[in-house]
Write a protein that binds this ligand. Sequence first.
Ligand code: UGA
Length: 448
Amino acid sequence: MTQKISVIGVGYLGAVHAAAMAELGHDVIGLDVDAERVAALQSGRAPFHEPGFEELLRRGLAAGRLRFTTDYAELAGADVHFLGLGTPQRADGTGADLSYLESAVDALAAVLPARAGAPTLVVGKSTVPAGTARALAARLEHVPGAQLMWNPEFLREGFAVRDTLTPDRLVYGIPSADGSAPEQDPRVRALDAVYAPLLEAGTPRLVMGYEAAELVKVSANAFLATKISFINAVAEMCEATGADVTDVAVAIGMDDRIGSRFLRAGVGFGGGCLPKDIRAFLASAEQHGVGEALGFLREVDTINERRRARVVELASEMLGGLGGRRITVLGAAFKPDSDDVRDSPALDVARRLLDAGADVTVTDPAARAGAQRLVGEDRFVQDTDEALHGAELVVLLTEWPEYRELDPARTAGLVAAPRMLDGRTVLDPAAWREAGWELRSLGRGEAP
Ligand code: UGA
């Protein structure tokens, strides 16, 4: 049955969620304070690179099931309001900044009509420290009929549409999971009605307390970050002993208890989520007096940073110093199939190489604007061949398919010297060396 839905905050998460809810047949209005973003979405233009999103957006708009606004008053008629606002790292590093969420809840509360019958649901989707939902619920207490739930989002950039429409699980956080059948709870029933097509397709739905729902999300991201830093720590051992980390990763990944995903060694994790989420998780643990228990996350962060420094060190070794040397960095986005450069390992390394005096050129298929902002307009070259021209060292830092599939012989003809530093451990060392390249890969040591 069609539900009237609002999505407040149509950044990455919110915009995809809004379009996905329209795809499920609901009547959706998305709100953002950024008028330019609202105008772009309303005209069917995706403000970010995400496969399949623009089609979904246009379908929703054309069917009249999706529209966007900057005016809270227009949300008053919706039955379910999703909160998709960002929770950036605070400037002073003391955890997540919840001010966007708090202002949105206050602005929504001011326009919500008092309801006696069915509840007006307010459903948080943002990644937040435990305790946030309870505090936000208190801000809604004066609105009769308003009920807050926490329903974390697990989408990955690059797979956002698929992850939203076919998630691994749905998690519902309610004020207290008292053990009574969730089916009796009017809030659960109301959210089930929104996700009915997903539930009918067999998606597991878990109902738990607010704090558990909040912790599911941050622990999932912390676990993923830990897995990456774990394999990157092993990668350092591989470099030191002459082993190949991809051999180790494939073999340990075949144990079901470990699993093969998120064991790709390389320059480490970046993006708008994993780095900020592990820091916020740690900060939140400290505030709850259990900082020591999560102290290993500091090490996860440190290992991740070390990989970036290691690339710079290797580059310097390969070139015998960095000053004035022509280096081409392949990749600027924090991962392929994204134009997101937030905490991008590739751009961080490019910046460090520049700071060390190298003459750096950066190229990326999608992240032009972000790269230009962070390394300077004149440092970015869109065309891969042109970017490679004259390089004394090529550093692969985002594993876009076009870089993984570069032909070593042809590429050798473009550069000034055939030196490759594979920062994502994705190139076939034998093939590149056969074509005359000096190749070093993170996590692949020289055999003794
Ligand atoms: C991450 C989580 O994977 C999502 O489940 C979560 O919903 C999302 O954060 C979020 O909190 O919003 P995302 O940031 O889009 O998603 O990107 P990932 O695919 O997790 O990649 C993160 C970083 O880890 C990238 O820089 C990637 O290159 C790196 N990575 C990933 C590795 O270095 N090795 C791997 O094996 C996997």
